[in-house]
Write a protein that binds this ligand. Structure first.
Ligand code: GLN
Length: 253
């Protein structure tokens, strides 16, 4: 088997990177390299000519409303076709908060400005009256993760609603999630994952990072990844879980 390459496209790395979202790229890189997988990272900024033809993982971080206003036109003009093609080929997308909101049909800012989204996923976001800020714990259902929980930190005023038939990334155990009303958090649609979880997300959720790497490389390239010793990473996960839920996450599948 030839050594696979993880090709990460980092969308709007300069414009949208709050709460250390770049840490997700570092986690993916290190966890792949520790398995002998070569990693290539391409920052994809504003302007024409985005080449995502060989990307197998696309990451889009969070941003304030002003950052989202800066990029949404560019995304619709220069990125959407390339992202859609990548998704159709099975590439993984991880979009956090502001990036997640712009994957949908529309995002209405706190000031009431409607930004058309990329309409890659059937969801939309409207402003809420309060900001949801704090630690969040969710429980995934059918991703096969052990533990099933994901922990993170959310900070958003947008309220996101999923279209019919779309599965959330998980069920909120504590926190607001998509809208603070229906207990859903994020979206898991084919290989497209959207979430409000910053933290950054992946350092404290190494099991989810590995799922993304496995799906990005595909079963024929990699099979299951060799397990790593994740003592510190899972201590970080458990400490958020204990603080927020008052109990550690169950490590039984
Ligand atoms: N501006 C968006 C909101 O407040 C997203 C914020 C973020 O990415 N943290 O809902």
């Amino acid at each position: 088997m030839t050594t696979p390459t993880l090709r990460i496209a980092h969308l709007y790395a300069d414009e949208m990177n709050i709460y250390g979202d770049r840490g997700n790229i570092l986690t993916l890189t290190k966890r792949a390299e520790w398995r002998g997988i070569t990693v290539e990272i391409r920052a994809v900024g504003r302007g024409p000519g985005a080449d995502l033809s060989d990307a197998n993982l696309i990451f889009w971080g969070g941003g304030q409303d002003s950052d989202q206003e800066l990029v949404f036109k560019d995304a619709a003009a220069h990125k959407v076709t390339a992202i859609r093609r990548a998704i159709e080929r099975g590439a993984v997308v991880l979009a956090v908060c502001g990036g997640y909101q712009l994957l949908g049909e529309s995002y209405v800012t706190a000031e009431g400005k409607k930004l058309p989204g990329l309409a890659l996923v059937d969801l939309h976001t409207i402003p809420g009256v309060k900001r949801n800020i704090g630690n969040i714990v969710i429980e995934t259902s059918d991703l096969g993760l052990t533990p099933k929980t994901l922990v993170g930190f959310e900070n958003h005023s947008g309220k996101t609603y999923l279209g019919p038939g779309l599965r959330p990334l998980g069920r909120v155990l504590r926190g607001a999630g998509n809208n603070g009303e229906d207990q859903t958090e994020g979206v898991a649609d084919r290989n497209v994952f959207g979430t409000y979880l910053h933290g950054s997300l992946l350092p404290k959720n190494p099991h989810f990072a590995d799922l993304l790497i496995e799906r990005a490389l595909g079963p024929r390239a990699i099979g299951r990844l060799v397990p790593l010793v994740d003592i510190e990473e899972m201590q970080a996960h458990q400490s958020v879980s204990e603080r927020v839920l008052g109990r550690p996450a169950s490590t039984r599948s």
